[in-house]
Write a protein that binds this ligand. Sequence first.
Ligand SMILES: [Zn+2]
Length: 320
Amino acid sequence: MRIIPIAKIALLTAVISSCSGAGSTASSDTHNTDVNRALVVAASFYPIEEITNRVGGDFVITIEMTPPGQSAHDVQLTIKDREELASASLVFYMGNGFQPDIEKAVTTLPARITAVDLLQSVPLLPVDAQLEGTVGVPDGEVLNTGQDPHVWLDPANMIAMTHEITDAMVKARPDLSAGFEANAVAYIKELESLGTFIDTSFAQCESDVLVTSHRAFAYFAQRAHLTQVAIAGVNPEEEPSVKSLETIANFAKANKVSTIFFETLLPADLAQTLATKVGATTDVLDPVEGIDSDARASGATYISIQQDNVARVVKGLRCS
Ligand SMILES: [Zn+2]
């Protein structure tokens, strides 16, 4: 867990101290008091963190509970992490077993902390069946209800979660409501544009089947009017299963699938095996379960990564 970032706290101090115009939330408090006036929120993993930062702007300090580069599902909180979590006023997370350790910690928080399970605000989809005949289990988390947790990959669900988060922040700090609400409107506008981009990018494609090794794209596929098909038995860690390769090859041929999507770049020899045995090239789709430090430093966001995902699917399904 990491509190973001010291520079932001300095910025926060500067912003609050320097505001004096109408509608600002300025006060003449000292710097220390100004920092203390910030709303401290905890976000359980990256997409939620982006929402809290965008809505909260300079008036929120976000504690990120999943460090960059770590798998959201497997995060384990240390004692120090739990102490930091208890310093927040609001905790935003996704329940139903998506991040079991965080969910467990949430149940022990003092009553003054409001914890919001954002899965309650969005419609959940079942987990897509994997391609029959591929051997093993596809990558990707499954909720303990048997449903698919990757709700954030449809921008409509990001908008629903943004509303939830904004409501909770406004309730916690009515004095900052004008800023939160203006920030939310601006962010929602960007999410709406992304939604329109998805709606309009896949009307004319040679295939409408999104074949992926990480079963993360059901919500994206639903939005895009595509069908996600998850495969197993092909991953960088082990020899690909011959039976899986055969099954995928037959399926690809029947459905005009020429690209298979993985979460990370495949080793060249495995990509070559797929090209020769399946007749398909490979590409990468990012499920935005986190953003590593390098990508973040280069300005990547949920929205920019999703735009990139759209472009890769357009290319992979040969849409015009
Ligand atoms: Zn996943």
